[in-house]
Design a binder for this molecule. Sequence first.
Ligand code: T1G
Length: 693
Amino acid sequence: MVEQSRHDDILVLTIHNPPVNAFSPGVPEGLKAGLSAAAADDRIAAVVLIGGGRTFVAGADIKTFGLPREQAPDLRGTVQQLDAFPKPTVAALHGTALGGGLELALACSYRVAVPDARLGLPEVKLGVLPGAGGTQRLPRVVGAQKALDMMLSGAPIQATEAKELGLVDDLIEGGLLEGALAFARRVAAVRPLPRISERAVDGGSPEVFAAAREAIKKTHRGQLSPSLIIDLAEMAVNRPFEEGWQAEAQKFMEARESPQSRGLRHLFFTERESAKIPGLGKDTPLLDIRRVGVIGAGTMGGGIAMNFLNAGLPVTIVETTEEALDRGLGVIRRNYESSAKKGRLSADDVERRMALLTPSLDMGDLKDADLIIEAVFEDMGVKKDIFTRLDALAKDGAILATNTSTLDVNEIAAVTSRPEQVIGLHFFSPANVMKLLEIVRAENTSDTVLATCMALAKKIGKVGVVVGVCDGFVGNRMVHRYGEEARRLVDEGASPADVDAAMNALGLPMGPFQMTDMAGLDIGYAIRVHRARQRGEPEPDGWLDRIVKTGRKGQKTGGGIYDYDETRRPRPNADMQALIEAYRAEKGITPRSISADEITRRLTGTLINEGARILDEGIAQRAGDIDVIYIYGYGFPAYRGGPMHYAGEQGLQKVVDALKQYGHTPAPLLERLAREGKTFADFDRERANSSQK
Ligand code: T1G
């Protein structure tokens, strides 16, 4: 775990705990032994701390958070030993020095780093806070404002910036160890030893903290750890180090035990699990994707193309008319130029990406593409025609993907002679922004095509989740039920604003009706009509369908359920409220007041219930996958861990009881788990164990 090696009068302690040198059990013991040996040996003048493999310490071992304090790796104790160490200590940083890793480095006398190393305190992303001195030392090095920015965003900075801030003492070009040894020899005799804990904080005015408290009301609405971080950073300014150090330990435990931290830690691991496809070995061969074709330059096609351009892959984009092509390219260019205006891209970046984009009116130009993604009108006939033509022109081995959001991928694959090459890649609008990618595994999709698309998802910065073929796959199937229950709540007496407010309070940025108005009421209406026809049912005629028939389609027509001013804030519309009241009267419904608690329980209950059915049918591999989908695709608050994790926090039996109370039939799997006192995490573990046998 921690290797000791002597280089003349310098002792090097190398931490070996792949893959990211997390501070796992064994690491503190090894460091303490090494430091004690160095302190006792007069021939040792200084100590260098360095990470083996690809990185320095990437933080505390998140897997140990659930352990009782006495069993958890003693990061604070190690930090204290470093802070009190009587000889110079030099942290040599490469890869990522994050969380507890940076806190170890901050307790050293000096820090040196290779220029592309990254340093950060991302604990807020796990619902906790730097718990080994970070809230007290970082402000003493970089000042209050920068420390708050780093700790509240959780975003790392590059070592070059850290050098400018004084967080790193020297940048090492060439060999890190050699550079660190040379640095250690230069400082071996320097006394007194520099200790960050003895410094004061620059720039910690009350206004800085007041502004931070105001900002987190929007950026971290409803979350606990950001306000604790601000309180601790303020203590670093106004109180002695020891007092802040002790307060940090107590606040860390408070945050660590919070449901929010459990939710965020669940998401951390389950998001990584979702990239692993059960039954597919790590040695599954991958296809080499060098050229991409996109059919359709509309909103979706253009956004999809941008993902590949951003990853440096050339894209040929095909439309049917010059006008549609020009419009599509114009949107892409404007998107890039808008990013450039915000400083996210340089002008050269924009041109480099646009240069990778080849417009075409001829699908024959896709004959050399390794991956072709169809993103045209959501009509089975149109898609079948396109795949028939692709089958005739695409090169052998090309992946043929559809971006359909609800249609049967097996039916599309069946028109080709190569169904093993056909897959669904369901991007979410705006496709160049939303991180979720539902990877739809059709009956005949080959393992290689599936594994290639999962690897490609990571390459283009998407969170890929494998789903099966059904109407709506996972996310849209769940949101369909959610929308039905939301409309039912309004039938019974809640106003659309009541429903949205309840879900906003749960942490969703948009409630169901705000979301419907943004997506366009006509979209949902067309799906409801399509489904009714498929089932041979009468045309839908609910209150929302009647709003659509008035011609109000949502934000895009200036108003739908709500009116919208120039700031796009939703405001109730009296005529729509009257339409709803008339509908209830016509249906003989006596409206009742409905509490936010009932709204929340019913809407989350329908999501959980549909998720349980999806799981039972094998459309999703894991409950965790459903959580990832619903957080990244539909705005479920990450700190609640997703609907299936949230069910466990509520208690599955309570979910079952609420479903029955409001006239729903609980899914058999949900009832079984509730009866057995289990959670969906237990289910995922059971399924993983059984698939390994
Ligand atoms: N603990 C345990 N496992 C970890 C881990 C960690 N800190 N970081 C990564 N892993 C696992 C991960 O689950 C995956 O496992 C494998 O390593 C590769 O990860 C007291 C309390 C470092 C940027 O939050 O941001 O310190 O799936 O796929 O894309 O103040 O991992 O292979 O089985 O993400 O190259 C603070 C979290 C902890 C950093 C590398 N530190 N990690 O990204 O690989 S809290 C963090 C990352 C703390 C102290 C507090 C990234 C990475 P598996 P990966 P990557």
